[in-house]
Design a protein around this ligand. Structure first.
Ligand code: ZN
Length: 182
């Protein structure tokens, strides 16, 4: 069952900083496949492991017909130039808000086999990388909104039909039952 349920805002896994991947094994490759399948099914431009309940530093992206993933990502260079535009999140179904991001970023990390990878992104890919790395730090896009937009966002979240449907469990491994439930 590769497509996983996507965790919704309110689930503590989304505000928990994810753990560094230390073992590049089959379990990690299954996680990348599950993330990719779930992202494509949604569909979404990106998906971070905490969004399927796995608190590990891994995300996938699907931007400009390129599907990829990054393990233990670190954003190095960021442009001074800012982009502004609507941004959404699969953990906030149906909601988008204008969110300022850097126009260009360079991220380094690893692929699922443990080889070093560098991704340079501008426009949507840069936005996606910033959004997904934030997820791994337990930061959500509504945290990046200016004050007025954040007020609107919180109101929309309270009124959303999915409000309160979060499933409160956190796993650090995709297939173990170990949990830090709250
Ligand atoms: Zn998101």
């Amino acid at each position: 069952m590769p497509v996983q349920p996507i965790r919704l805002f309110g689930d503590p896994v989304l505000t928990t900083p994810a753990e560094t991947v230390t073992t590049f094994d089959k379990e990690l490759r299954v996680l990348v496949k599950d993330l990719t399948d779930t992202m494509v099914d949604a569909p979404g431009a990106g998906l971070a492991a905490p969004q399927i309940g796995v608190s590990l530093r891994v995300f996938t992206y699907d931007v400009d017909d390129t599907i990829g993933h990054l393990v233990n990502p670190v954003i190095g260079t960021m442009s001074e130039e800012i982009q502004d535009g609507d941004e959404g999140c699969l953990s906030f179904p149906g909601l988008t808000f204008p969110t300022k991001r850097r126009e260009r970023v360079v991220a380094t990390g690893f692929n699922m086999h443990g080889d070093p990878v560098t991704i340079e992104g501008s426009a949507l890919l840069a936005r996606c990388i910033q959004h997904e790395v934030d997820h791994l730090d337990g930061i959500l896009f509504i945290d990046r909104l200016d004050r007025e937009q954040r007020k609107l966002a919180m109101k929309a979240v309270r009124e959303a039909e999915w409000a309160g449907q979060a499933t409160p469990t956190v796993k650090v491994s995709p297939h173990s039952t170990f949990g830090r439930g709250m």
